[in-house]
Design a protein around this ligand. Structure first.
Ligand code: BGC
Length: 524
């Protein structure tokens, strides 16, 4: 069995093997886990802007909105209600907590069972929210949806990154984000249709249809093979080797297999993954597991995703036009994600982060200025159609920037940087920080809009400056580096290198880092 790994330009090894149909299908099925998250993000904004829904569950918000319309009063404040935002954000709190339980299931039972559990819980949540007779049932249903999201988001990105050959990992992992965006778009389109249903029960259709993506991932998970990494880690070594041959489409897997076993042996020496992640040598990963999801949310993207229809109504669009504009941003979100699918493994993660960040910043400044110029601080104004269309255009450019940078990379990068021994724990931290920040932003946005008005766009813009600088200085390039060898990248980094001692660098087989590669890595 000749062959084996060669060191590639990125400083990692290239193992033999190709992209097999088997792996591609497995990754497509697993990525559908993103649908449930996306559907959920997209559905709540539209539903909360439907009058019959507000009348039934949040009558005080409904009356306030009507008043604002009648009196031409402050546009910025008309949707401000803590109970209404609780509806949107309860899901994220539930997802936050459940991702910690998911960590154990993912590690002990395998990735696929977390996906299955996520799908089933989500299914029950969909039924409850769709049939809810009162606000309590509604919120309880959302909590179950949240548990489903917590399990899926914990397991799917890790699954994809482990299954994929290193040089295509970015592309396959971004399947998850692509499904998130498809879920958001589907929800926007469905809201657009159900808002027109006479009799005021359209929102029930919107909420119940969450059962469709839930069924897809629950059934799909049953057919998914487990990853070789997880099989080895759970002691099924012979099965793991067969699986590795199958997923790579070659018998020449000895070297990769040995490296996976070495990574697993290393992980067996770790009794407490949670305490372990606090060790100095894992500092770079820990910082990234917190900073990347927090920054992803501080881009302000979910202001658009949750509140696009509300925001467009605030701009003076009619109900229908507001939902339509949300569909437009949803479309941009899906198509722009393809840009990263096709470039992430060639251009690398850093270039996309830096370009996307710059584009988002420029758009936020323009949108803030345009809204500020018309509404000022009073929030009372008539906005001409063309003017509003220009605002929507810049919002679309902002969404596009996010869709090929922080959107996909916010899930990809954390899933590929943890060594096996802290992978499940690390991914839970990633999910829970993401959900916590989503919760805070969902909960705080409407009161903040009411208080800070258009300045809010500059607030998120300032964060984009901070995160772009953070990436420039602290995130090394991870493209093409095999996942169990990522330590080499941290070791070679100008700042993080100091946290990792020479004896912390075990990369399984005897790969020699050529001096030229070291120098190159040191520069990223
Ligand atoms: C984020 C979500 C966001 C979505 C938009 C995801 O990566 O985690 O919070 O709503 O992208 O496409």
């Amino acid at each position: 069995m000749a062959g084996g790994a060669v060191v590639n330009a990125g400083g990692g090894k290239d193992y033999p093997g190709k992209l097999t149909m088997f792996v591609l299908l497995a990754c497509i099925v697993a990525a559908t886990g993103g649908l449930i998250f996306g559907y959920d993000i997209g559905i709540s904004g539209g539903v909360t802007s439907m009058n019959p829904f507000l009348q039934k569950f949040f009558p005080s918000v409904y009356h306030k909105e009507q008043e604002a319309e009648k009196n031409q009063s402050n546009q910025y404040c008309k949707f401000d209600s803590q109970l209404l935002t609780m509806f949107t954000s309860s899901l994220y709190l539930a997802a936050l907590v459940s991702s910690f339980f998911a960590a154990t299931v993912t590690r002990v039972a395998g990735r696929k069972w977390s996906m299955f559990g996520g799908g089933v819980t989500f299914l029950v949540g969909a039924a409850l929210t769709g049939a809810a007779p009162n606000v309590l049932t509604l919120i309880f249903g959302r909590v179950l949806l949240g548990v489903g999201v917590g399990f899926a988001n914990q397991s799917v990105p890790v699954y994809l990154s482990e299954m994929a050959p290193a040089r295509l990992r970015g592309m396959l992992n971004i399947g998850f984000q692509l499904m998130i965006t498809v879920g958001i778009l589907a929800a926007n389109l469905i809201n657009y249709g159900t808002a027109k249903i006479r009799g005021g029960w359209g929102w029930r259709v919107s909420l119940s249809l969450a059962a469709v993506p839930a069924a897809i991932i629950a059934v799909g998970a049953l057919f998914l093979p487990d990853t070789p990494n997880s099989l080895i880690d759970r002691g099924h070594t012979a099965h793991a080797k067969r699986m590795l041959r199958r997923v790579r489409g070659t018998d020449d897997v000895e070297e990769e297999y040995n490296d996976l076993v070495a990574a697993s042996d290393e992980s067996k020496t770790v009794a407490h993954p949670w305490r372990n992640i606090l060790q100095r040598k894992y500092r770079p990963q820990l910082v990234m597991a917190v900073a990347i999801p927090a920054f992803q949310q501080l881009t302000g993207i979910n202001v658009i995703m949750f509140y696009a229809p509300v925001l467009f109504k605030t701009l003076g669009f009619a109900d229908d036009a507001s939902l339509m504009s949300a569909v437009i941003t949803g479309l941009v979100n899906v198509f722009a994600t393809f840009v990263s699918v096709f470039t992430v493994d060639r251009l690398g993660r850093r270039k996309l982060f830096l370009q996307g960040g710059t584009q988002m910043l420029a758009c936020q400044v323009v949108v803030g200025a345009l809204i500020g110029a018309k509404f000022g601080f009073t929030g009372v104004a008539e906005i001409p159609k063309l003017y509003a269309a220009v605002v929507v255009l810049f919002i679309c450019a902002y969404v596009a920037g996010f869709a090929w940078s922080w959107g996909p990379l916010g899930w990809l990068v954390p899933s590929e940087i943890f060594p096996l021994e802290i992978r499940s724990a690390g991914q839970s931290i990633n999910v829970s920080v993401n959900m916590l920040c989503t919760f805070i932003i969902a909960q705080a946005f409407l009161p903040m809009l009411c208080k800070f008005k258009f300045i809010l766009f500059f607030f998120f813009g300032a964060w984009v400056v901070v995160m772009t600088l953070f990436i420039a200085f602290f995130l090394p390039e991870t493209k093409n580096v095999p996942i169990e060898e990522m330590v080499l990248v941290w070791k070679a980094h100008w700042y993080w290198g100091r946290f990792i001692r020479d004896e912390d660098v075990h990369v399984g087989a005897d790969v020699e880092m050529p001096a030229a590669n070291n120098a190159k890595l040191a520069n990223i």
